[in-house]
Write a protein that binds this ligand. Structure first.
Ligand SMILES: [Zn+2]
Length: 470
């Protein structure tokens, strides 16, 4: 299109190059130019933009190199299954980036992405002096980054509108932010992950490392049960001074970091991993070079037996460790009655919780039930058996209905929030985009709260115009 265009600077993000390209075109309307190039409909400042093939073609840098050197995608690599990562990579390289945010769980994980850009005032000045123009650096855009590592300067943050074309030289460079040590640490961590490129650790070993380290540091018992509350509080305290809104938003989420250990092959935003790694190891190098203490691995060897199917031996082992019948039953997938019988046969004293509940405690339990707390959690807190708590519940039919309603409302909020967030991030979406990108929430709401769903959805496209009509 243009006879002359600037080279892609080392660590310049694609958006930055695109803005300069449009400015140099000399055309009165950048919008017209973008339309001509068929890229006007993209979220231009996205970290995963749809116009990589165009940039690659114009700047004679391979799409592979553009993604590797100029986007934040490599930060995701160690934390994603290799298949997920390579398919995200391929989509980005071929311009099919529209569903990348949801594929990478950025929507579900509620970490904002793409609409905020960061710049360092000193970089702006020195780039303008040495190269003649300022650009957006990829280091500054990494998740959780608040600091320019070259100048140790706090970064400035600007929200960028969907179609806006702006360069860091155009923003207000004044600030009086103070640097926090934890933010420097987090920035360095994200940068090291990004630079390490090829992953040093197999993806499936990451959670194993977490578990070993948690046992060593007292956040998990020897057979690997994680003390979630203790861990969550420690994480909150450790990162409390971070000035990053994304970090603070994560810390108030009560399911974090618990969910990180649950689902196999789940996709979590790298920031979720970085906060844990930062607290437990300090740096990416220490995490990569970590060798667990033998006391931990030998205990894990004991735990490993648990996974190899010798159920009765596992039951015996866990009972001898003093685990409750219910916990053993859950872990070994056998009924409580089976486990109890087995314990009696092997002369293991069984510690059961009280089954009969006394007056004052009933009121307490009813109160907790009213708050929607799970029966198992109540049982632990008040030290009665789960069956006893369930019996209290069954004596209050109104409560069952109320708890059902609370769970329903919580579901409803969760799904509505997902849609609301997608609406805010993608004002251009049609109904079919929501159906595709927020599939679970869309179908849940369609089934249970259609009125609300239709009240927020964009107008349906008339049937006659559905195919290529606009
Ligand atoms: Zn700088």
């Amino acid at each position: 299109m243009l006879g002359f265009h600037p080279p892609l600077e080392p660590d310049e993000i694609p958006y930055s190059w695109l803005v300069t390209y449009c400015q140099l075109s000399g055309l009165p309307s950048a919008r017209g130019l973008l339309e001509q190039l068929h890229i006007a409909h993209y979220q231009l400042a996205s970290q995963f933009p749809g116009y990589i093939p165009f940039i690659s073609g114009q700047s004679h840098v391979s799409a592979h190199e553009v993604i590797h050197e100029h986007t934040i995608l490599p930060v995701f690599q160690p934390f994603l299954h290799p298949k997920t990562y390579s398919s995200a990579f391929a989509n980005l390289a071929t311009g099919r980036a529209s569903n990348l945010h949801s594929r990478m769980s950025l929507v579900a994980n509620r970490i904002n992405s793409g609409t905020v850009l960061r710049a360092c005032p000193e970089c702006v000045e020195s780039d303008a002096k040495t190269v003649g123009r300022a650009w957006w650096h990829v280091q500054h855009q990494l998740p959780g980054c608040l600091v320019c590592l070259k100048h140790s300067e706090p970064l400035l943050e600007v929200a960028v509108q969907r179609r806006a074309l702006i360069l860091p030289s155009e923003i207000n460079l004044q600030h009086n932010d103070v640097l926090m040590n934890v933010d420097v640490q987090l920035t360095r961590l994200a940068n090291d992950v990004w630079r390490s490129r090829t992953s040093l650790i197999a993806y499936q070993h990451i959670t194993t490392r977490y578990r070993h380290r948690l046992v060593e540091t007292g956040f998990a018992s020897n057979i690997g049960a994680i003390r979630q509350d203790k861990l969550r509080h420690a994480l909150r305290a450790y990162w409390a001074k971070s000035a990053s809104p994304a970090v603070q938003q994560l810390l108030v989420d009560s399911s974090y970091p618990e969910t990180l250990f649950r689902a196999k092959r789940a996709k979590f935003h790298p920031l979720k991993h970085l906060l844990l790694i930062g607290m437990l190891w300090g740096s990416w190098t220490d995490f990569c070079e970590y060798k667990p203490c033998e006391c931990v691995t030998s205990d894990r060897a004991g735990a490993k037996v648990l996974n190899e199917g010798e159920t009765d031996a596992d039951i015996l082992y866990l009972l001898q460790q003093g685990k409750s019948l219910r916990a053993v039953s859950e872990q070994c997938k056998r009924s409580v009655i089976y486990v109890k019988k087995f314990a009696l046969q092997n002369n293991i004293p069984v510690k059961t919780r009280a089954k009969r509940i006394f007056g004052a405690d009933i009121a307490l339990i009813v109160g907790l039930l009213k708050d929607g707390i799970k029966t198992q959690q109540i049982a632990t807190e008040v030290d009665y058996s789960v069956g006893a708590v369930e019996q209290v519940l069954s004596q209050h039919p109104g409560l069952v209905e109320k708890r059902h309603q609370m769970r329903f409302n919580a579901q409803c909020h969760k799904h509505q929030n997902c849609i609301i967030q997608a609406l805010a991030e993608h004002p251009e979406y049609h109904r079919s985009d929501f159906q595709r990108e927020c599939r679970a929430s869309y179908s849940w709401l369609f089934k249970h709260d259609k009125d609300w769903l239709y009240s927020v959805m964009p107008e349906a496209i008339p049937r006659s115009k559905r195919r290529g009509g606009y």
